[in-house]
Design a protein. Structure first.
Lengths: 247, 247
DNA sequence: TAGAAACCCTGCCGTTGCGGCAAGGTCAAG
DNA sequence: CTTGACCTTGCCGCAACGGCAGGGTTTCTA
């Protein structure tokens, strides 16, 4: 048989067969005077074995091992390992599909695939035009991905999410967008913000202090997001939290 | 933030982030005078989005598409496609695992992962030292892989698999290993073999004639497996089948 | 008997999402 | 001043082939 014929017989492509020769999985067969490979029925039997094994999901290296060991002993071992691997993959896929399903179930404006707990929180909070509030949402989304905060934090934030008074605070912060860094409204707003956050939120935050386990460079980058006066407010709020953490 | 800091923040490696820049998934950020990349919180939010999407199983191209389209509309579409893909993969893995389970359930000497129907047939036939019988087994295994014969053929072969008279025929074929191609025992054995195969087997074979849909080169390769006198027997048997097919 | 279709050959590049490694430059602390 | 921990670019490797280039052979067909 020539390569195309044996390929059709065992259900492989000629490319695959040549590949197997190339990587040493199968020895090169005898050549005709014109250079064509000629295969015997034995080769077909071998190739069929290879096909069955690869279809089960074995890699070519493993197939080579199984073919080398005449005893079927090694095969059982390899198959067990393979099954474990497939089980892991299957669980993995199911995991992803379930998260996908949860994500697809809540399409109204949900531009972000966040955890269910955070999605709940966002659902409670009314959509607002406040840039500061939008930034907060982004930060929560970020921490959600990083796995920093737990669901506890979101739950603790729940009660104030829908509070109109909180929205008013965001608007006061927005108003500082073009204010100088010594604007007189800063201290009062910072105090109001600190007071607005219930202790439960603070307790739910893991780590050492008010800024959690966040590196200094991250804090710096965060402050850079705000206008000068707003950054000053945020800085004061964070300091207050750190003090609260030391208590 | 520098690259290591943002990587730790969103749970990626620096290599991955640089890779995203490299393939154009994310624009290169501003550089410090020393050449270091500096990231903002915005970048972190973006990277977090990328991480969530890739963790769901999207490819980088798809992530790029989703990030490009500001509307979430395209996202829903991509997610649907992704879910279908994952479903397919999951079914695939389950398929393989079930075949694997069937294979692992029957370990006694089963060196070959064949279809259940063929495994049944092999279980019926006693293990024999006959080389001819062994070759037949290999051929059946081969055809089993190729998906040529169906379970019908195996079922039709069942009744004669355990027949001691069939074994005797194999032994007569073995005895021709060193015989000349004009050995007088040839015609009688060929007739006996043809007579031994029930019509049901023939009826179960798909395709046009006695040799099924097998190409001439395959037949040639098959005959090359036998000693001259044995090949002559096999040739006569096949011819008889072809004649039977024309009837 | 030519021409075209259908085979065959070797060899190299592309795929996916990074990890590893090499060969440097930079910056903080001891 | 020297570690050591960062950062930079860039190229190779991975699994199992598919595609293509560039060329020879065989076989069918007009």
């Amino acid at each position: 048989m020539r390569i195309g014929e044996i390929a059709a017989l065992v259900g492989l492509t000629t490319r695959a067969i040549r590949h197997y020769h190339h990587v040493g999985l199968l020895p090169e067969p005898v050549r005709l005077p014109n250079g064509y490979r000629t295969y015997t029925v034995r080769d077909a039997v071998l190739l069929a074995r290879v096909r069955r094994l690869t279809e089960l999901g074995l890699g070519l290296d493993e197939v080579r091992d199984v073919l080398a060991d005449d005893a079927g002993r090694d095969l059982a071992e390899v198959l067990e390992e393979l099954d474990a691997d497939l089980a892991r993959q299957e669980a993995d896929i199911r995991e992803r599909r379930s998260r996908l399903a949860a994500l697809r179930a809540a399409p109204p404006g949900a531009t972000e695939p966040v955890s269910p707990a955070l999605a709940d929180l966002f659902a409670k909070a009314p959509a607002t035009g406040s840039p500061s509030a939008a930034l907060d949402r982004e930060l929560l989304t970020l921490l959600d991905t990083a796995g920093e905060g737990g669901a506890d934090v979101y739950a603790a934030l729940g009660p104030i999410a829908a509070d109109p008074a909180v929205l008013a605070l965001y608007e006061r912060l927005d108003e500082l967008a073009d204010a100088p860094p010594d604007d007189p409204r800063i201290p009062g707003l910072a105090d109001a913000l600190v007071a607005a956050v219930p202790d439960a939120v603070f307790d739910a935050i893991p780590g050492d202090g008010g800024t959690g386990a966040v590196a200094p460079a991250v804090v710096e980058a965060l402050l850079a997001e705000y206008a000068p006066a707003q950054a000053e407010v945020v800085r004061r709020v964070m300091e207050a939290f750190v003090r609260r953490g030391r208590r």
